[in-house]
Design a protein around this ligand. Structure first.
Ligand code: ADP
Length: 242
């Protein structure tokens, strides 16, 4: 996989959705600066399902923050869908984030007083989508995650796995280019984890681009490509053996 721009796929030249070129992130703390990322170069093609695995402190969160346009690198270049986002200010970053990236976190971050579909509708309110369109899109997103039969349930009336499905529907409702899942199964029992991973697999097969961050090897294996992080670098970049 090239670190920069393009890949020839089936004779077609395809643009990378994500292109990191020699990304460094240094935190100027104390006497010794901390190099959280040390020259990361990676490309993510549209439709890929990648997991990032590595021990605590290896730089996964820092990587995810930059990938998700929550932070910018100290040096290096990050192209997202061809746009250089490495030096963007917070206002522009927020705009890119809202338009292109759907986030799923370990804690589901659902609003407890709102029903499933009202939770999923929220990003569309922020995006200024008209009311009549919002409900239809929220329902369609919940259908994609297999929750059409739980539209009016509030979070405390749903299982952990179902709550995470609602969170995934909320991430998808804006039609982002990239679904970024940070330890999405970290709060779930093994059955619900399997359930959420099966759903991500279905979304991948439907063409979604997914990056999953985890410290659990068996969760990482759900993706088609597992990338290992250690000391701020990828140590290998292998396809998962079938
Ligand atoms: P992981 O997510 O794999 O646990 P992190 O990206 O959180 O790793 O951290 C990578 C390294 O950067 C660690 O040594 C951590 O202590 C350091 N680090 C992370 N965030 C900050 C920060 N805001 N200020 C200073 N050091 C940080």
């Amino acid at each position: 996989m090239p670190a920069g721009g393009t890949l020839i796929a089936g004779g077609r030249r395809q643009q990378a959705l994500v292109s990191f070129d020699n990304i460094w992130k240094t935190y100027p703390t104390g006497a010794e600066p901390v190099h959280a990322l040390r020259g990361v170069s990676v490309a993510v093609m549209p439709g890929e399902y990648i997991s990032i695995v590595g021990p605590s402190g290896s730089g996964k969160s820092t990587f995810m923050h930059i990938l998700g346009c929550l932070d910018t690198p100290t040096s290096g270049r990050y192209l997202l869908a061809g746009t250089d986002v490495s030096r963007m200010d917070e206002v522009n970053l927020a705009e890119v984030r809202n338009r292109r990236i759907g986030f799923v976190f370990q804690q589901f971050h659902l609003l407890p007083r709102l029903s499933a579909w009202r939770n999923v509708e929220l990003p569309l309110i922020y995006a200024g989508v008209p009311r009549h369109e919002r409900k239809a899109r929220a329902l369609a997103a919940l259908e994609q995650v297999g929750l059409s039969n739980r539209l009016e349930h509030r979070p405390n009336q749903l299982s952990g796995g179902q709550q995470q499905r609602v969170a995934v529907a909320r991430a998808l409702v804006t039609e982002p280019d990239l679904l970024l899942a940070d330890e999405p199964t970290g709060n779930l029992d093994s059955r619900s984890s399997a359930d959420v991973l099966a759903m991500l697999d279905g979304l991948h097969r439907a063409g979604r681009t997914i990056v999953l961050i985890t410290h659990e090897n068996d969760v990482a294996q759900a993706a088609e490509r597992v990338m290992r992080f250690r000391d701020g670098r990828f140590i290998d970049d292998g396809e998962v053996a079938a």
